[in-house]
Write a protein that binds this ligand. Structure first.
Ligand code: AMP
Length: 218
């Protein structure tokens, strides 16, 4: 068994972040979220961060070249030697093709499509709060969101700038236009498994783990 490369696809708010963190921990691979990497670059005001800040805030996609480079560099780090859980990447056909080129023969083992109706993701996104430091995810009714203090790291719990109504609309449009075609890309390769992401998070995790265990031969 080579590297365990898993891709999680789904609309914004489908649960990619929540499930991605759990699966990465369960299989001992890093959780690679291009959204988290880009937000960290914005926060640190690196040259890349300054370039992409406005794009992120508007809910548009940053260039394929940039994210492909970020991911390629990430795969070169030692903790990704055994695999990775990719959350939010690839997001376009060009990125999916670039990923195949980056990984070579030992490529994506499974692509999990978290299927959630658009009305539910829109509700989840407007109720979502996140830790600005560690990225932990909460709902507006959680004590951490009410107090504004993350129970994982003590950081500040905030609403993402792109979880505002106009940016949510933009992002869901970008999903339909740019990312939905990836479902066929992975289906054609026999790598796609679709999971009902509208159920409770624990049930969703258990279903995905059964599918991953299958391909990972565990
Ligand atoms: P996310 O946290 O995955 O929702 O990503 C937040 C934002 O980062 C997106 O709305 C895009 O602006 C940008 N982004 C993240 N991943 C990608 C990607 N693979 N390709 C292009 N833009 C991305």
């Amino acid at each position: 068994m080579g590297r365990l490369i898993l891709v999680v696809l789904g609309k914004q708010g489908a649960g990619k972040g929540t499930q991605g963190k759990r699966l990465a921990a369960a299989y001992g691979v890093p959780h690679v979220s291009t959204g988290d990497m880009l937000r960290a670059a914005v926060k640190a005001a690196t040259p890349v961060g300054r370039d992409v800040a406005a794009v992120l805030e508007a809910g548009e996609l940053v260039s394929d070249e940039l994210v492909n480079r970020l991911v390629e560099e990430r795969f070169a780090q030692p903790d990704a030697a055994g695999g990775a859980l990719l959350d939010g990447y690839p997001r376009t056909l060009a990125q999916a093709e670039a990923l195949e080129a980056i990984l070579g023969d030992d490529g994506v083992k499974l692509c999990v499509n978290l299927d959630v109706p658009v009305e539910l993701v829109a509700r989840r996104l407007s109720a979502r709060r996140v830790c600005a430091d560690c990225g932990a995810i909460y709902r507006d009714v959680d004590p951490e969101a009410v107090s504004g203090v993350c129970s994982v790291c003590g950081g500040r719990v905030v609403q993402r700038a792109d979880d505002q109504p106009e940016a949510i609309r933009q992002r869901l449009e970008a999903y339909e236009r740019d990312t939905a075609p990836l479902l066929d890309f992975y289906r054609d390769r026999g790598l796609l498994v679709t999971v009902d992401g509208a159920r409770g998070a624990d049930e969703v995790t258990a279903t995905i783990r059964a599918a991953v265990d299958d391909v990972a031969g565990r």
